[in-house]
Design a binder for this molecule. Structure first.
Ligand code: PMP
Length: 285
């Protein structure tokens, strides 16, 4: 992704895509002192763009990082980089990180907080899963306790277990992995939240040790408007067998039906299709 035309916004100005580099002694590269956002722009408007800017600042605070830009400045920077690249339908990636500084060690307070924003076109996250349902592996890695790491942050360090889970899933021909949490409850996929349907009602893991996705919250709101009952609760592995439908939510994933999780099968049912369609309408409204 480094050798191409385009522009990336870095610390207040647009730089050539090929020149958007950081020094090898960037603190974040060694110690994962970085938080980021994934957003989608639809027909020239970022869906919930301001909420994403707010979450970025909040994630930074959880990692002792004060991002030196306001929500309004971050929103403006995203608009600027989209325009510079001539994109109206794109994925937007903002990343705040501790750069190279006066010192190099575990403590990062002497390392300046940097902010960069890139954007590029990105189609369906799970390819044709939208129609037939994605195939998910069950990961051996568990989502950590909020006493181990600030799990509500969208922090780079939390993605190591996601990357390893996804590699193992891909090796088995799956498109993603479902992870349990440190207590053994169903948690989420490696880059998306998860929902289940049973007897016309929706069940989704309580977001108490993983990212409470903006798409997740949007979909819960949509379901409530549709008068569908939503249970946010702890879900045990043995319950997986009893669910009829399943879908994933995320900015990149949007609403993606799930057909299989390990040995369990789900139908791409009416409610799943309806939620996916309504979400598509909403993001372009
Ligand atoms: N969980 C993880 C681990 C993610 O990476 C994402 C994508 N940001 C989500 C959930 C969904 O979050 P959102 O709906 O805000 O994109």
């Amino acid at each position: 992704y480094d050798d191409r035309d385009g522009f990336i916004w870095m610390d207040g100005k647009l730089v050539e895509w090929r020149g958007a580099n950081v020094h090898i002694l960037t603190h974040a590269l060694h110690y994962a002192s970085a938080v980021f956002e994934g957003e989608r722009c639809y027909s020239g408007k970022i869906f919930k763009g301001t909420e994403h800017s707010e979450r970025l600042i909040h994630s930074g605070k959880l990692l002792d990082m004060d991002i030196p830009f306001t929500v309004a400045e971050i929103d403006a920077a995203k608009a600027q980089v989209l325009k510079a690249n001539g994109l109206t339908d794109a994925y937007v990636r903002a990343i705040a990180y501790r750069g190279a500084g006066e010192e190099m060690g575990v403590a990062s307070l002497a390392n300046p907080v940097r902010l960069a924003i890139a954007c590029w076109t990105w189609g369906a996250y799970y390819g044709d899963a939208k129609f037939k349902g994605a195939k998910l592996d069950i990961s051996k890695w568990k989502r950590p306790s909020p006493e181990t790491i600030p799990s509500e942050a969208k922090a780079a360090g939390l993605y190591m277990i996601c990357t390893m889970s996804k590699h193992a899933a891909m090796a088995k021909g799956c498109s993603d992995a479902m992870m349990f949490d440190y207590r053994g409850y169903v948690a989420e996929a490696t880059g998306a939240n998860i929902f289940f349907v049973k007897d016309g009602e929706v069940h989704t893991p309580k977001a108490d040790c993983f990212l409470n996705g903006i798409t997740r919250q949007t979909v819960i709101g949509m379901l409530k408007d549709m008068q569908v009952k939503v249970h946010e609760r702890h879900i045990l592995p043995e319950e997986l067998e009893s669910f009829e439908q399943c879908w994933l939510t995320g900015t990149a994933a949007e609403v993606t039906p799930v057909g299989e999780i390990g040995p369990y099968n789900f139908e791409v049912g009416e409610l799943t299709r309806r939620v996916a369609t309504e979400y598509e309408k909403l993001v372009r409204a």
